[in-house]
Design a protein around this ligand. Structure first.
Ligand code: SAM
Length: 255
């Protein structure tokens, strides 16, 4: 069995003992049925991993003794892709956040567009935001990332248009674009990727982002669902300029 990997909020200190949250406790004790002293890997979401061991600080309780910092395996892509996503229905959002995290997204910013889902009321939105960030953390636990990409509360369209300009390439996915990402170099190692709603962008929305320097890009001849498009684009971007297409290890010459 692989050593279980769990998120624990920072700061983690070697030599200390922490109490995992109830879900992690349930996972360790009742799903995996692990006993005291079993090794666990903890990550703090800020790039650090620690060796840890299961303990029972008192009857019926579960603790984790935090050991030393682990030698870091680099799992962050050199390409930082910031995903600006037209707000979708909750099940689609969940799917996109989980898979985009696995594909190495740097951060997720939902945006309300004319045809996007309607944002939840404040209280529900706060709960959804906690849920989105928990999903990103558990995707990190599963895929080995130690940095958790932040998921932000939805921005209105005008607020999105007024975001301060960040360095990097800017692309908007639209099926009517004349070409795909191409093979040329990109500006810097940051990409701002905007993806539309199931019903597509309005003309004036597209016009506004083109004015901001977003380059229209298409993903082949087929129309993809609004949850497929960002994931396909992330895979293409990471393969072109990130870490999803490791060069093959040279094969030994035949004797
Ligand atoms: N009829 C809509 C349109 O013309 O935009 C289709 C919308 S599509 C279901 C949802 C979103 O996914 C689009 O707004 C776009 O951002 C992205 N998308 C889907 N397929 C695409 C493709 N082949 N090329 C570029 N973007 C695509």
């Amino acid at each position: 069995m692989r050593t279980p990997r769990l998120y624990a909020p920072p700061p983690l200190t070697s030599g200390s003992e922490i109490l995992p949250d109830p879900e992690s406790t349930h996972y360790l004790r009742h799903v995996l049925r692990l006993a005291d002293d079993h090794p666990v890997i903890l990550f703090d979401g800020l790039g650090h991993e620690y060796d840890a061991r299961i303990r029972t600080p008192s009857k019926g309780r579960t603790g984790l003794a935090v050991g030393t910092v682990r030698q870091q395996v680099e799992r962050e892509s050199g390409l930082k892709v910031w995903l600006y996503l037209s707000l979708a229905r909750s099940t689609k959002m969940d799917w996109i956040i989980e898979k985009a995290t696995e594909l190495g997204v740097a951060g997720i910013q939902p945006v309300t567009t004319h045809r996007s889902a309607v944002p939840a009321r404040q209280e529900r939105q706060d709960a959804r935001l906690r849920h989105w960030n928990a999903l990103a953390r558990s995707a990190c636990a599963q895929c080995g990332r130690s940095w958790v990409p932040p998921c932000h509360p939805p921005l209105t369209w005008p607020a999105f248009l007024h975001l301060p300009t960040q360095p990097g390439a800017r692309f908007v996915l639209t099926p009517d674009a004349p070409h795909g990402f191409g093979l040329g170099p990109i500006r810097g190692q940051s990409v701002h990727l905007l993806v539309g709603p199931e019903g597509g962008f309005e003309e004036k929305e597209l016009g506004a982002v083109l004015d901001l320097g977003y380059e229209p890009v298409r993903l082949g001849p087929r129309i993809l669902r609004s949850e497929t498009a960002p994931l396909a684009a992330l895979a293409v971007l990471q393969a072109l300029w990130g870490d999803l297409n490791d060069p093959p290890t040279p094969r030994p010459e035949p004797a």
